[in-house]
Design a protein around this ligand. Structure first.
Ligand SMILES: [Zn+2]
Length: 84
């Protein structure tokens, strides 16, 4: 699968690490969408391989592929958002 608008591995790992340590301290999921949910996943810490990078501002609307515009979402939420 070709990912021309993706983030590179170093960016994803850096964002994952920051997001996960913050979430872990709060006892929340490291997927921001899971964290505001009401099911069992709201405190789930996903592993790096279970998550995908997401553009906070949509790439199609001019959002850049840099670290400030990157958040990690679990694959379910990433897919749900990406198809819109
Ligand atoms: Zn999620």
């Amino acid at each position: 699968m070709l990912e021309v608008r993706g983030f590179d591995e170093a960016t994803k790992k850096a964002v994952y690490t920051t997001q996960t340590s913050k979430a872990d301290k709060k006892g929340e999921s490291n997927c921001p969408h899971c964290a505001i949910g009401h099911d069992a996943n709201k405190s789930k810490i996903w592993s790096f391989n279970e998550m995908d990078a997401d553009h906070v501002s949509a790439w199609s609307k001019g959002g850049k592929s840099d670290i400030k515009n990157c958040q990690m979402l679990c694959k379910t939420h990433n897919r749900a958002k990406g198809n819109r």
